[in-house]
Design a protein around this ligand. Structure first.
Ligand SMILES: O=C(O)[C@H]1O[C@H](OP(=O)(O)OP(=O)(O)OC[C@H]2O[C@@H](n3ccc(=O)[nH]c3=O)[C@H](O)[C@@H]2O)[C@H](O)[C@@H](O)[C@@H]1O
Length: 429
């Protein structure tokens, strides 16, 4: 049987007519044969590379599939257990971003009062994922399961809704951080827009649509100069892409409310801080630097005006989240069809007493008993706003929201947690 090489390049001498041309032909053939060998080798290498690449992609998807942390009967049972309600007329709540700062606190508070809670978090590395894992362990010790997965994974979300008929969704998963949006703009679109739409699609299709409470941001006020910021103030001048994606979220949720009858409550958080907080935020990263003897950079506005924030303590925000859940009316639609008008609300959850950044640093210095090495620079054009100040009368009227922790007290609690959590290590890891 002829070899493949032979089939492609037949070497039968009889095909050549005279002997004289035979030697020439042989030379030609040798040369041709070596070219053909090279060609075959090249083909072989191309085929090898192609099969290697497809094997790699198979392995990648396979790894994703096999290492997937969800699926299976045991997992479904865990989800059901976590969603179990232990109080009369209690809720079963899907908390997205449950391994995050606000998400972990809200999940614990709901579980403690007897609601069922299932967490979802993608454990991304925007900041130290080991802190998120530690929060997960804390929640797990209270029988709260956090499913590891991304908001954009519609299959996973669908599966969770197949297993549990969630009465509420507390949507706190997001790409946070105002200034990081200049570094990684697409991560904001991925989580705050695409992820939000994926979640809303699943919610609107549910037979019994859940009521949704979700985290917007004080940053939507952008260049607003009316003080204090009220929900009816302009929010069409965001100063950062982060703010723009949160503002887009308010519009997107409005659409789902209008077309599908989803009950929506958006919460504009004002610089939330406290134990188990976010290491990317100023109060947290300043604490770490101060303890390590490193300088901190404090931004200042034009004419050396200090920046100010309406810092809001986590426990107050948790009360606001729960008040919102408790007063949320049911969604009116089911299976993607609206059956009547549904509730759409937006609330500020702030503290109503802004504090300047240098004053916040002074409080940290006192609690830490260490002087900060302060380096003042003019606020770069990176999306920051000079000040925030919440008018909270709407939330007070609707569900009695009343923050009770001032910054001095809240930072004391934060520092106590920080020192206990990081010990002598001061967050070097
Ligand atoms: O209220 C909100 O909606 C937002 O609050 C925070 O954003 P921000 O207020 O900018 O909080 P930090 O990043 O902790 O900054 C606080 C203040 O410290 C200042 N800062 C920050 C970092 C730094 O190195 N130096 C410095 O002076 C900032 O300019 C700002 O005035 C959160 O990071 C956002 O996710 C959230 O949406």
């Amino acid at each position: 049987m002829p070899s493949l090489e032979e089939e492609l390049f037949p070497s039968t001498p009889g095909k050549f007519k005279d002997k004289g041309s035979l030697s020439m032909n042989r030379q030609f053939h040798r040369c041709f044969a070596s070219t053909s060998t090279m060609f075959l080798w090249a083909l072989f290498l191309i085929a090898l590379t192609a099969s290697y690449l497809s094997f790699q992609s198979f392995m990648d998807s396979g790894t994703r599939y096999f290492s997937s942390t969800w699926g299976g009967l045991h997992w479904e049972k865990q989800v059901r257990n976590s969603a179990q309600i232990h109080r009369k007329n209690g809720f079963s709540v899907l908390v997205t971003g449950a391994a995050g700062f606000v998400g972990s606190h809200v999940s614990l508070a709901l579980k403690k009062r007897g609601d069922g809670v299932v967490g979802l978090d993608n454990f991304n590395s925007y900041y130290d994922p080991s802190l998120k894992k530690a929060r997960k362990s804390l929640l797990s010790s209270h029988n709260i399961l956090i499913v590891e997965g991304d908001l954009n994974d519609a299959r996973l979300l669908g599966k969770l809704f197949d297993i549990v008929q969630f009465t509420h969704v507390m949507h706190l998963a997001a790409q946070a951080g105002v200034r990081y949006a200049m570094e990684n703009p697409h991560s904001y679109v991925h989580s705050n827009i695409a992820g939000l739409v994926t979640l809303l699609e699943i919610c609107k299709n549910a037979d019994r649509q859940p009521a949704i409470v979700w985290a917007s941001s004080s940053s939507v006020y952008g260049l607003n100069e009316e003080v204090p910021f009220s929900e009816s103030d302009r929010t069409d001048r965001p100063a950062s892409l982060y703010a723009a994606t949160k503002k887009a979220g308010e519009s997107i949720t409005h659409t789902y409310n209008h077309i599908y009858g989803l009950s929506i409550t958006g919460l504009r958080f004002f610089t939330v801080y406290g134990p188990w907080g976010r290491p990317d935020m100023a109060y947290f990263s300043f604490t770490k630097s101060i303890l390590q003897g490193k300088p901190i950079t404090i931004y200042r506005g034009k004419n050396r005006v200090d920046l100010a924030r309406d810092f809001t303590y986590i426990d107050d925000v948790v009360k606001g989240c729960i008040g919102s859940l408790d007063t949320a009316k049911k969604s009116t639609g089911s299976g993607g069809k609206k059956r009547g008008p549904a509730q759409y609300r937006i609330f500020n959850l702030g503290n109503t007493s802004p504090v300047t950044v240098p004053m916040m640093v002074g409080m940290l210095e006192r609690h830490l008993k260490v002087k900060a090495k302060k380096h003042f620079v003019e606020m770069p054009g990176n999306g920051d706003v000079p000040f925030t100040h919440a008018n909270i009368s709407l939330a007070r009227k609707e569900f009695g929201y009343k923050p009770t922790t001032d910054l001095q007290t809240g930072l004391k609690k934060f520092v106590k947690w920080y020192l206990a959590y990081y010990g002598d290590n001061h967050g070097k890891l």
